[in-house]
Design a protein around this ligand. Structure first.
Ligand code: ALA
Length: 892
């Protein structure tokens, strides 16, 4: 069976047992607190928790998973063994409160042994046996079901059922979430198949787990307890690449003499073939006997496996909009890519090789995962540019490492940090290289250097708010009432705290309509009315870590005013302009995703009363046309004057298509902002009531701020009008100066530029003519001395290239010669000396002549024996110096 036949057969088998096929979810997880989708069950978490009801009670799927970084992390094993991957597919069947252990186990046995022909005497199953303190109890039910089946099949249960501990047989998605005991099916792949279960869970490639059947019965809570769920569920996960590898290695279970390997399956064939072609090396299936001392071929074979694994991870994650970057999951991807490039060195692959592997993955996999084909261009662009940018620093980083290795046995923390910070070497790469070169690495020193840098960054960012809240305050968070426009003016409240710190005064009120700087939106300003006569300016609003909203006053006030009832007003126009910018930012985000793709993700934003700034992930500069189209669409949305709505819902109820920055916990309340049906985002900021209020959006600039991150700045409302008016004013002035109408400027400038080019051509011709006649005149000045022609003269040729050209022409004409030019150009003097080969043989040296002349002229200069130049300030000394200059004295 080919890999794709195996996948289809799995899906068909469970469809026939009443399961609904559910497509793989994105690698960008829908579950909070995960770096990547790491198991088939992630998308079903709300069903397990009872937060949502599925439309089906049985499901089957093949889920794309990445296990790198996070709780389940297989990155370090990839390449060194034959059955761990960073990217893999997990085949799964699911019961949501429907069937349980009996059916799950019986069907697993049926598919493996009856449909696919796995030899039953080679299969071993594990059941959960907790140690004291572990959750739940011995899984007697699973044990009994297995015992029954195995007995019927004449397989000894006492040998083929193995107990497993909490680590192997109690499955958890992360530290929290749905979980439960599991039973795993392992296969003995030794030649004779007679290990009697002794290799189970021993990390041997000759006995690997192929299928995990989890019986979800609990939810792991944040406090470490396990809460039983109302319904019981089945979650199974089969390693697709493992099964495909086993079937390929054993030639459909007919030959167990080969080394088992996932990489033997047809999923990897094309990638390996391409690598062989690119590198000239052959994959020979060797495995490292010792990681510290690999042979050349072992290293080559590890490289094949690493590259084949990593290219799949990169292709699939980019297709799902997760791009390499500097933080979180994006950084994990960057590390994987760089790890691949580094391993590529062992195969002596040409630059840009990694991107060459992309099409092997797309062509092989896009039948089942069409997103690979749709995102082909994006995948190419991103990998090519990442690869290029790392290659730029890779050699220099490796040279630094070689230098270190030549001198020391240890890479210091500071050097590791330089490699990280300057050359882009993730620390695990440096660790890898250190290991290979038998160097120690001062990891504590590295962590210290990292911490110091973080501290520097923190203190650079530290705002007074930190100082303000240092004194632990038990008062509840301030209630914000400023979403409601009616509260913005003359809002009655009470001063609950006055803080004087570092020469600044902050007030906390019982409730406030003042928005505190947060989520990119700057804080409000406004007025505090102490009484009918006394007004004080509020110049900024910030929030401390206890949720208190702090209003910074322009002046200080008396502490006795604590508890006083006052009125406060937000500067309404300023707030409105901020809101326009904020809502426009959401529209811009929407339009960017519409035009560039869903990989576009917000990477930061700033909205104030003057402009908006939006940073987002994208791999290349936007074209002028793209920017125009995006601007056009945002303005169309503005013209529609669609209503803006916001509401709060529990996280689990947020609409599917809402853009969220995962990190919220289930159950916590989130605020959804719906901009006229165009954009749906989780956002805590303030917005206009309807899009028409924005008036107009004009993009000012689009630039890169880091590899893969772009920044757009734009203005809206009055600021946009101001910008357009000042631009049209400039146009008016330009058209006046050019004596034409504004719409004629372009043609007018084109004509002027053409004329300018013509004039420059003419000028050049005249200059050449002048030089030619000058050449004739100067030639006449040559005098013989020491069997050489000497040409020593003052010129006024302002262009250095012309001067050099003239000297070379003259030298060609004169033959054996020395040419000495001093050219006065305004307040500077340029010295140029040319010695022919004959002159050099006689001991004349252009560099020495220039340096001697330069000293006399009060400047600097020197050069080679045949050609030299110098410069000095012109103070009228040239004629005098030349008069007294004795060339023959220069002979050395
Ligand atoms: N959720 C189980 C696993 O990932 C099946 O192993």
């Amino acid at each position: 069976m080919t890999a794709s036949e195996i996948r289809n057969s799995f899906i068909e088998f469970f469809k026939n047992k009443g399961h609904t096929f559910v497509p793989s979810e994105s690698l960008l997880p829908s579950s909070p607190n995960l770096l990547f989708t790491n198991a088939g069950m992630n998308q079903f978490v709300p069903y397990f928790l009872g937060a949502r009801t599925p439309a089906y009670s049985r499901a089957v799927n093949s889920q794309k998973c990445i296990r790198a970084g996070g709780k389940h992390n297989d990155l370090e094993d990839v390449g060194f063994d034959t059955y761990h991957h960073t990217f893999f597919e997990m085949l799964g069947n699911w019961s949501f409160g429907d069937y349980f252990k009996k059916e799950a186990i019986e069907w697993a046995w049926e598919l493996l042994t009856k449909v696919w022909g796995f030899p039953k005497e080679r299969l071993y199953v594990t059941v959960y046996k907790p140690s004291p303190g572990d959750p739940d109890k011995f899984d007697q039910e699973a044990y009994d079901i297995w015992k029954n089946i195995l007995k019927k099949e004449n397989v000894d249960p006492n040998v083929h059922i193995v107990n497993g501990n909490r680590k192997d047989n109690f499955w958890m998605m992360g530290d929290t979430g749905p979980c439960g005991p599991c039973t795993e099916i392992h296969i003995d792949l030794t030649e004779k198949g007679d290990t009697k279960g002794s290799l189970v869970n021993m990390s041997s490639p000759y006995c690997i787990e192929i299928w995990n059947l989890v019986f979800i019965q609990f939810n792991a809570e944040t406090d470490g307890t396990f809460k039983p769920l109302t319904n019981k569920h089945v979650d199974t996960g089969m390693g697709f690449e493992r099964v495909a590898g086993i079937i390929a290695t054993t030639k459909n279970f007919t030959d167990f003499s080969g080394i088992p390997s996932n990489y033997n399956s047809d999923l990897f064939t094309d990638i390996f073939a391409k690598l062989e072609k690119l590198s000239g090396h052959m994959y020979r299936k060797t495995m490292p006997s010792s990681l510290d001392n690999m042979s050349k071929q072992e290293r080559i074979d590890c490289s094949f496996r690493v590259l084949a694994d990593h290219i799949r991870t990169l292709c699939f994650s980019i297709a799902d909009g997760i791009l390499p970057g500097n933080e979180g999951r994006n950084y994990v991807l960057r590390r994987i890519l760089r790890r691949a490039i580094l391993w590529g060195q062992h195969l002596e692959l040409p630059e840009g090789f990694f991107a060459e592997l992309i099409d092997c993955v797309i062509n092989k996999m896009s039948g089942f995962f069409p997103e690979l084909k749709t995102q082909r261009t994006l995948i190419h662009k991103v990998i090519e540019s990442e690869e290029k940018s790392f290659e730029r620093t890779l050699d220099r980083g490796l040279q630094l490492l070689d230098k270190i290795a030549a001198k020391n046995k240890t890479i210091s923390g500071q050097d590791a940090f330089t490699l990280y910070d300057t050359y882009g070497f993730p620390i695990d790469l440096t660790q890898l290289i250190a290991k290979e070169k038998h160097l120690n690495l001062d990891i504590d020193g590295f962590n210290k250097a990292m911490e110091e840098q973080r501290e520097k960054a923190r203190s650079a960012q530290k705002k007074s708010v930190i100082t303000v809240s240092e004194e632990k305050d038990q008062k509840p968070a301030t209630q914000f009432v400023g979403f409601d426009a009616a509260n913005l003016v003359d809002y009655e409240t009470i001063i609950t705290k006055i803080i004087n710190t570092q020469g600044k005064t902050y007030l906390v009120f019982d409730k406030t309509p003042f928005y505190a700087t947060m989520g990119g939106q700057i804080g409000d300003q406004g007025i505090l009315y102490l009484d009918a006569e006394t007004k004080l300016k509020i110049i900024d609003t910030i929030k401390d870590e206890f949720g208190h909203i702090l209003h910074q006053l322009e002046n200080t006030i008396d502490e006795s005013l604590m508890g006083k009832k006052v009125k406060i007003s937000v500067y309404e126009n300023r707030r409105r302009q901020i809101q326009r910018n904020h809502t426009a930012t959401h529209l811009l985000h929407w339009a960017l995703r519409e035009h560039l793709g869903t990989h576009v993700k917000q990477a930061g934003s700033l909205v104030d009363d003057k402009k908006l700034r939006f940073d987002f992930s994208h791999y290349q500069a936007l074209t002028h046309k793209q920017l125009e189209d995006i601007e056009y669409d945002v303005n169309q949305a503005i013209l529609k004057n669609s209503p803006v709505r916001w509401y709060e819902v529990p996280f689990k109820d947020k609409p599917e298509n809402c853009i969220a920055f995962f990190g919220e916990k289930y159950g916590s309340i989130v605020r959804i902002v719906d901009i006229g049906g165009f954009s749906l985002e989780l956002c805590g900021g303030t917005h206009v009531q309807a899009t028409g209020e924005i008036g107009l959006l004009k993009i000012i600039s689009e630039t890169a701020i880091a590899a893969g991150t772009r920044r757009i700045e734009a203005v809206v409302g009055q600021e946009a009008l101001n910008l357009l008016q000042s631009q049209s004013h400039s146009l008016y002035r330009i058209s006046n100066a050019l004596s034409c109408k504004p719409n004629e400027i372009e043609t007018r400038i084109e004509t002027l530029l053409e004329q300018k080019a013509e004039h420059e051509k003419e000028l050049r011709k005249l200059q050449q003519k002048h030089l030619a006649s000058l050449e004739e005149d100067i030639l006449k000045l040559a005098q013989p001395y020491d069997n050489l022609q000497w040409l020593i003269t003052e010129t006024n040729i302002p262009n250095i290239n012309d001067l050099r050209g003239l000297a070379v022409n003259l030298s060609n004409k004169l033959g054996p010669s020395v040419i000495i030019f001093i050219s006065s150009i305004e307040d500077k003097i340029l010295t140029l000396v040319l010695c022919s080969q004959e002159a050099i043989k006689k001991g004349y040296h252009a560099g020495n002549i220039v340096s001697d002349l330069s000293i006399q002229l009060g400047g600097k200069g020197g050069g080679k024996p045949d050609f030299a130049m110098g410069g000095a300030k012109n103070s009228g000394q040239v004629t005098e110096v030349l008069k007294g200059f004795k060339p023959y004295l220069q002979k050395v």
